[in-house]
Design a protein around this ligand. Structure first.
Ligand code: FES
Ligand code: FES
Length: 163
């Protein structure tokens, strides 16, 4: 008897944290909602949902974007990294470890976005002084005001040449 193979998934593909997924979502679904509601990657936070707070920052092909302003379907064949793909509790990314070391968070709501921005910043033409770092991080708001410690964490990782 002839075996019947399951049909290959049909649909636009997206790679998230190294795993390829077939997107089956309404074309109006934002990348943020796709990550949180469809893939259950809730580390990426929804703050303003209007591109103003940076809580939803993820990497797409190595560059940071606000996931609330992007449509999932517009990122077909792209590689997305969320905070879950950066490090793990057992093996923190150097930036995650530096945020812990410098108390770069209080409530932590902004933290995933801050860390994703901070990691991307190190590959951008950002000046090295504290003022330049603040400017480059200005799209990420922290309602708790942990800014001084966030800058200290970034500068430490930069100084160590870490990524
Ligand atoms: S939730 Fe995307 S910028 Fe605020
Ligand atoms: S630590 Fe609370 S919003 Fe940043």
């Amino acid at each position: 008897m002839q075996s019947i193979k399951p049909a290959a998934p049909i649909g636009p593909a997206i790679t998230v944290n190294g795993v390829e997924h077939t997107m089956r979502v309404d074309v109006r679904t934002t990348l943020l909602d796709y990550l949180r509601d469809h893939l259950h990657l809730t580390g990426t936070k929804k703050g303003c949902d209007h591109g103003q707070c940076g809580a939803c920052t993820v990497h797409v092909n190595g560059r940071r974007i606000n996931a609330c302003l992007a449509l999932a379907m517009a990122h077909q064949d792209d590689e997305v990294t969320t905070i879950e793909g950066l490090g793990s509790p057992e093996r923190l990314h150097p930036m995650q470890a530096a945020f812990v070391q410098h108390d770069g968070y209080q409530c932590g709501y902004c933290t995933a976005g801050q860390i994703m921005s901070a990691v991307a910043l190190l590959d951008e033409p950002c000046g090295t002084g504290d003022a330049a770092v603040r400017e480059c991080m200005s799209g990420n708001l922290c309602r708790c005001g942990a800014y001084a410690n966030i800058v200290a964490a970034i500068q430490q990782v930069r100084g160590e040449g870490g990524k």
